[in-house]
Write a protein that binds this ligand. Structure first.
Ligand code: SF4
Length: 294
């Protein structure tokens, strides 16, 4: 059970009193968001022609060294909203014609999201996407069962060393694997509509980091051993963008050779899915966190 006065919701289990302050993730008691707007840079089965209805939540339990959204993830920039306003935002996105509601890094608010969405889920009538870093506990996933139609988790690392070095979370591989297993149990194999839009299922994302081609291949091979390629979709992303002043190996883009060898391995293992190109590394992927739609 979620106890806001001693929060152990996510795998960090930091024990913060969220009624008086914030936890490691930067979250207090109320839902906090930085932007809610149609977004055209998710995978084509989510963005379609009208965009995904993204809601960017403030705070994150991971704090990855290469995060592109640090302003909202680490600094927890955003605006607190009431449950009523949050629900209204979802319907405003729907009215804008989006194909789904795409909740980005929402899991530190999983209980509040369940309370807001479950009563209106049927009226909402479009798929709800839970877009997460993959570092999710069974407790968090118990709150999103019945809320999520689509899970969009990262699977960032299969090695504890990488997970410790880049996300200070050496337990990431086992946590993410357990989480993805539960996501597949909840929503099942991918289901598309007649226009190729995803209605249900799990789409796992893997971002290739520079200098970690072998670790990326190992991660994808590990996924293929854990999940039959007809049970999950895979999106291999190679658009890593170095942050100003980043230290090696995070100070350069991913090479074509690195990207191609990981994508080829994923295809050889029989994964269906997507690959986002090196040339996609543009600013449009980092939207303005300016309270649009909030
Ligand atoms: S959700 Fe946030 S406050 Fe709760 S345990 Fe995780 S990091 Fe701590």
């Amino acid at each position: 059970m979620f106890d806001p006065t001693f929060c152990t919701l996510c795998p960090r289990a930091c024990g913060a009193d969220r009624t008086k302050g914030v936890g490691f993730c930067g979250a207090g008691e109320k839902i906090k968001i930085a932007r809610a707007a149609p977004h055209f840079w998710e995978e084509p089965c989510l963005s379609g022609t009208n965009g995904a209805g993204t809601v960017f939540f403030s705070g994150c339990p991971l704090h990855c060294a290469y995060c592109q959204n640090e302003k909202i993830s680490k600094d927890a920039f955003g605006k607190e909203v009431t449950p009523e306003r949050f629900t209204k935002i979802l319907f405003e996105l729907k009215a804008a014609g989006v194909h789904n509601i795409d909740l980005v890094t929402p899991m530190h608010f999983a209980p509040q999201i369940r309370a807001a969405i479950l009563p209106v889920k049927q009226a909402l009538g479009i798929p709800v996407v839970i877009n997460t870093g993959g570092y999710d506990s069974p407790l968090q996933l118990s709150y999103t069962e019945g809320v999520a139609d689509i899970y969009l988790p990262d699977y960032k690392y299969c090695d504890a060393e990488g997970a410790a070095a880049f996300s200070s979370a050496p337990d990431y591989p086992e946590v993410a694997e357990r989480a993805i297993r539960e996501m597949v149990r909840q929503v099942g194999a991918p289901v598309f509509d007649e226009n190729g839009l995803l209605l249900r299922g799990v789409l796992v994302r893997h971002l290739i980091l520079p200098g970690r081609r072998k670790e990326s291949i190992a991660a994808i091979e590990r996924l293929s051993r854990l999940f039959s390629p007809d049970k999950i979709l895979l999106s291999v992303m190679s658009q890593f963008t170095p942050r100003p002043g980043a230290l090696p190996p995070l100070d350069r883009r991913v090479t074509s050779f690195e990207a191609r060898s990981v994508v080829d391995r994923a295809a050889a293992l029989g994964f269906r899915g997507y690959c986002q190109q090196r040339s996609s590394a543009k600013e449009e992927f980092v939207p303005a966190f300016d309270f649009t739609g909030v």
